[in-house]
Structure formats: structure tokens, C-alpha cells
Design a protein around this ligand. Structure first.
Ligand SMILES: [Zn+2]
Length: 248
């Protein structure tokens, strides 16, 4: 059942034009569309929640808002999305693959996808200095449910430690590669000290939101009606509040 209001966590991957060879065309959003989506969201009046801590707190308190996340740490996000975020005063979280900074998306290449450069350490520092957030997307982007428990522990713990050491700040938010998680993965994420974890499960996050299995909405290339969804959620939330306000 799709909730009608709650916290909308947007999931982006690459900001750019999809090469003809790319099989996952839906993982690309053009810089122009990204800008239009961000401006549209701001114009709905729905508040931008700067961190996933805020997203969780607001969701569990029955509030409403949107939160922007990027998976994988692509350099094209740094190049094409950061200027828009900065211009509009929005904060977003980039989930980094800790052992692949400055490298390419090798995990996608096994599936026949074209190579795309990932942000290097200097770019991540500049991203952070611009007021943006980071989270962990494991060490090298495996399917966690298919690994032995010790290997999952290492993926979760070591990626966090490596990012914390490299960037001298706490890393408390996780994103499961491929949206692949199970009960064991979720438990180990909590054990590794993560405050939240994002999935690719579709939906808004309401009062029953589970911190370690947050739902997201894929901001698809061919889905410019994203702002309609946000506008509807915001309107629904305000309608829900109005009777209570009337009684006061
Ligand atoms: Zn990923």
C-alpha cells in the first residue's frame, strides 16, 4: 500500500545524458531535468530535509518533506548536480563505494554497462565543503545477502571506517547495493553502527518507518511528474493537519 504522505527520499544515480550503450537508461537524469525537478520540488513548498537523520526524525514524527540521495558516487553528480544544489540551497547525500573512489563503476561493467568515472577524494572533500553529506555504499558494491556473515560485517564496518578516516567525519548512513538486503543484512547494519539504511523499496516513509530499511522513489528520466507526487504528499499532509489546527 502506497502511503499518501510522509517523507519522500529521492534516489538518483547519474546526472548526465545516457550513452547509447547504457542498458540502464533509467539510471540517468539529464542535468536540465535534474534542475527542473529540484526547482519544482522547492516550488511545491515541501521542505528539503538536509540529512537522513532529519528524514528519519520527521518521518517517525508524522511529518512531511523530501530528501535527495545519490547512489555510487558518480563524478557526473559532482559536475552536474552540485551547482544546482548549491544554487537552490539544497543538501543531499552521496553514497560512496569506499574502495572505488577515483575509479570507475566496475561492478556495473560486469553487467555490460559503460565505464563511468567516480568522484575521487578531492571531489568528495569539495562536495563536503559545499555542505553536502556522504554515506557508505559498502567497500566494492557486492550483493550483501549472498556473502558470508563475516564478509558482510567487513563490508559494512570497513567501508564506514575508511570513509571516516579519509574525510574526518562520522559516517552513519548506509545504502544497500542493488537494494539487496535481508533480515541478517539489516541486523548487521545496525550492529556496524549505522543510524539509517536506504533500500530501493518504493514508497514514502511514514510514522512506521524502519530506520534500517528506508523506502525511496527512483527519480526516473521519463518521470517529470515527480513534483506532482511531492505536491500531492504535501497537500495531503497539510489537509491532515488542518482539522487539528481548527480545534486549537
Ligand atoms: Zn549502487
Amino acid at each position: 500500500m502506497f502511503a499518501e504522505d510522509g517523507v519522500l527520499i529521492l534516489m538518483y544515480h547519474r546526472i548526465g545524458h545516457a550513452p547509447a550503450a547504457a542498458r540502464s537508461q533509467a539510471l540517468y537524469v539529464s542535468p536540465t531535468l535534474f534542475r527542473r525537478q529540484m526547482r519544482g520540488l522547492v516550488e511545491t513548498g515541501l521542505p528539503c530535509l538536509p540529512t537522513l537523520d532529519d528524514a528519519l526524525t520527521v518521518a517517525q514524527a508524522g511529518g512531511c518533506g523530501f530528501c535527495v540521495t545519490f547512489d555510487d558516487g558518480f563524478r557526473n553528480v559532482f559536475t552536474h548536480a552540485l551547482p544546482t544544489l548549491t544554487e537552490l540551497g539544497l543538501r543531499a547525500t552521496q553514497f560512496l563505494v569506499a574502495d572505488r573512489l577515483g575509479d570507475t563503476n566496475r561492478w556495473d561493467r560486469d553487467e555490460g554497462e559503460p565505464a563511468e568515472p567516480l568522484m575521487d577524494t578531492g571531489q568528495v572533500r569539495a562536495w563536503l565543503q559545499a555542505g553536502q553529506e556522504i554515506g557508505s555504499h559498502t567497500l566494492d558494491h557486492p550483493k550483501l545477502s549472498q556473502l558470508p556473515t563475516d564478509a558482510v560485517r567487513a563490508q559494512l564496518r570497513d567501508s564506514r571506517a575508511r570513509l571516516e578516516d579519509a574525510f574526518a567525519r562520522p559516517v552513519r548512513h548506509l545504502c544497500y547495493p542493488y537494494g539487496d538486503y535481508d533480515a541478517r543484512t539489516r541486523e548487521l547494519a545496525g550492529e556496524a553502527g549505522y543510524r539509517t539504511a536506504c533500500t530501493t523499496d518504493i514508497g514514502l516513509n511514514g510514522t512506521d518507518a524502519d530506520a534500517l530499511t528506508l523506502c525511496r522513489i527512483l527519480a526516473r528520466y521519463r518521470w517529470p511528474s515527480l513534483t506532482n507526487l511531492a505536491g500531492r504528499a504535501w497537500l495531503h499532509w497539510k489537509r491532515r493537519l488542518l482539522p487539528a489546527a481548527g480545534k486549537g
